[in-house]
Design a protein around this ligand. Sequence first.
Ligand code: ZN
Length: 362
Amino acid sequence: MVTSTGHLSADTAALHLRARLLPEDRETDLWIDNGAISREPVDDARTVATGGWMLPALMDSHLHIGVAEVGGPLDLDVLERDLQELARTGVGAVRVLGSPQPLPADALARPGGPLVLTAGVPVAAPDRFIPGWGRRVSDEELPAACVAEAGHGWSKIIADWFDDEGGYGPTFSATALTAAVVAVHGRGARVAVHAQSAAAGRDAVDAGADTIEHGMHLPWSVLPDLAARGGALVPTGGVFAALASAMTDDAVPSAMRRWYADGFAAHPGLVRRAREEGVTVLAGTDLPVGALVDEIRWLIEAGLPVADAIGAASWTAREVFDLPRLRAGDRADLIWLEHDPREDVELLRTPTRVILGGREIR
Ligand SMILES: [Zn+2]
């Protein structure tokens, strides 16, 4: 429970909920004992819900936390605010795809807070990423740098960026990308690749990247390969939509305007095609914190069925990243709503109940 001082108090008494569980869509009893899910009755459990709908707590598969200013240092006060905001709104898991500095270890899985997967500091080429952010390396240095940043299971590569002529293209060779992915996989970690050009997107998939971030201009021809090895696409369409009108301004170089407009126009079709080809599509918001339901809406507008779009921000993401998802023994991370969120995804902005690590947050 969030107290008036904003701190999370210990509340680990056994709980019981009976509600229609998504995605199975079956009336289900869940008990929570010592912070974990039980599918068997637990003595003296307090029933906190009967009726309504419940689902695994939400997940944002691409965001950045603790950012007060783009290009600035990690801000620990903002990090605290972000973690509390995520918990309060039922976002019980996040994948942080790059931070200005590594996140403090105590932020990654605190009681009553979201589970945080993190890719360390993003790895980028000199002069080809947001000034002030990223570990800057040459082609030759890319594999070792990616391994060094993959300590929490993920490494993030910025595989393309703006160039001096207003164009947008690859920042590393295909050979270096492949060597980096092989090196990170060799350590048992995975690789997320920022790609917003056809060439870097193709190189990233050929290299064996686990997830393609943004994926603007990604050629459809690579989708079967990505699907075949269980790769995922995180289109972050909502953040592109938010920038779309600014990118039509005359002050933006014309080549850049065209790159953006063409990529953005093609993005919904890419998402639909990815799904048809068997690529898992996940919800990620990038920046700022708090836009996950906007991304669910964008995915629906792009053409995903409503349940798939909610799953992209909950059970599907949790399965891809092997996170708790209400199996017996899992950390008890769920949200409960009085009404069916498939009828109105706006309900997901303020879930009636949020339980993280077995604690009632809301
Ligand atoms: Zn990002």
